[in-house]
Design a protein around this ligand. Structure first.
Ligand SMILES: O=C[C@H](O)[C@H](O)COP(=O)(O)O
Ligand SMILES: C=C(OP(=O)(O)O)C(=O)O
Length: 369
């Protein structure tokens, strides 16, 4: 991978006077130039093959979300990527399984680079690729885009969370499906951003369980907005969006319990109906729905599958957190990390994932039958 690349020249304010220096950037330790989106796109271009995978993946996801395609959308992969090699190995394993189960499932690989934290913690590979707080964002963006292109080259559409409002210009052209997380679903910044994103966006219920907030987010992101951001050259820009009609609800459970059961799904449907929105939901089998216990995820997925097999038309997708090794590990600088194991939330093992995907596929086929 190249380590150079074009970064804009830093223009600094004139040396401040004594009085000015009492008010300007009092808490900015240092400012480092950020490479431009164009420079990153030049290094890792979007080939026609990758563009086809992304565009077809977006269209297929939209069709599933609109009920035009009766398969289940499954977003599956590590809670977060901290090691691009392990993530690519995961993608290579997932690819043939996705192909084999494609009569019932539309599989999108979860390739998450941005982690929203409840308080503190590692903020993801784009923010801190060194896993040590050194914050080499230029390197993080390069690793992220290269991996996104590599996974798409395998023919797998990619899903990720959009957290930082600047990073989409660097990577969004490689993303088939996106999420706005539980902690930011109420944020105007993220709703505006979603209104301009080119792929379907899942709006998660808030950590305290509020589904109404996610429904508000779907409505807000559906219409055009004007806000400030950057263009592909990295220059400040006023962005006028068209509105995103493909935003949808993701039920992820809450701090006080799950919301994947039939009664909760029916309640969510009622909220969507009252808001004049399509009654379709994606259900995250992890987070509040598994109480972050990876051993609960297959159980939750099986119960979601049972609702689907029984004919529930509202459930159009499932999210799973899965990696090469089950469980999780702490980021401990004194110990070598276990290869292929999550450093954020605990994940299902590969074997369990394969079994779970097969069961979800069977459920989708049963519903069709
Ligand atoms: O998906 C990952 C985590 O659930 C999310 O980033 C919040 O993590 P935290 O509550 O450990 O900060
Ligand atoms: C942070 C995540 O989920 P949530 O926003 O539901 O907590 C995630 O999926 O990584």
């Amino acid at each position: 991978m190249r380590t150079g690349g074009k970064v804009p020249r830093m223009n600094t304010l004139p040396k401040p006077s004594e009085q000015q220096s009492r008010v300007v950037d009092r808490r900015i330790e240092k400012t480092v130039p950020l490479l431009t989106p164009l420079a990153l796109h030049d290094e890792f271009p979007l080939s026609d093959d990758v563009a086809r995978t992304v565009a077809d993946g977006r269209q297929a996801a939209t069709d599933v979300l609109n009920g035009v395609d009766d398969r289940l959308l499954v977003v599956v992969g590590p809670c977060s990527v901290h090691d691009a090699d392990a993530a690519l190995e995961y993608a290579e394993r997932l690819r043939p399984v996705a192909e084999r189960l494609s009569d019932g499932l539309l599989v999108v690989m979860r390739v998450y680079f941005e982690k929203p934290r409840s308080t503190l913690g590692w903020k993801g590979l784009i923010n801190d690729p060194g896993l040590d707080g050194s914050g080499d964002v230029n390197r993080g963006l390069r690793i992220a885009r290269r991996l996104l292109v590599q996974v798409s080259e395998l023919g797998l559409p990619v899903g990720c969370e959009f957290l930082d409002p600047i990073t989409p210009q660097y990577i969004a052209d490689t993303v088939g499906w996106g999420a706005i997380g539980a902690r930011t679903v109420e944020s105007q910044v993220h709703r505006q951003l979603s209104s301009g994103l080119s792929m379907p966006i899942g709006m998660k219920n808030r950590p305290d369980g509020s589904i109404a907030t996610a429904v508000d987010a779907i409505k807000a992101a559906a219409v055009p907005h004007v806000f400030t951001g950057i263009d592909h050259d990295g220059a400040p820009a006023i962005l006028h969006t068209r509105g995103n009609p493909d935003c949808h609800l993701v039920l992820r459970g809450s701090d006080s319990g799950p919301n994947y059961d039939a009664e909760s799904v029916a309640g969510a449907q009622e909220l969507l109906r009252k808001a004049g929105l399509a009654e379709r939901v994606v259900i995250d089998a992890s987070h509040g729905n598994s109480r972050k216990d990876h051993r609960r995820q297959p159980v939750v997925a099986e119960e979601i599958g049972a609702q689907v097999a029984a004919g529930n038309q509202a459930i159009v997708g499932v999210m799973l957190e899965s990696f090469l090794q089950e469980g999780r590990q702490d980021l401990d600088p004194t110990r070598e990390l276990v290869y292929g194991q999550s450093i954020t939330d605990a994940c299902m093992s590969w074997d369990t994932t394969e079994q779970t995907l097969q069961k979800l596929r069977d459920a989708a086929i049963a519903r069709r039958g």
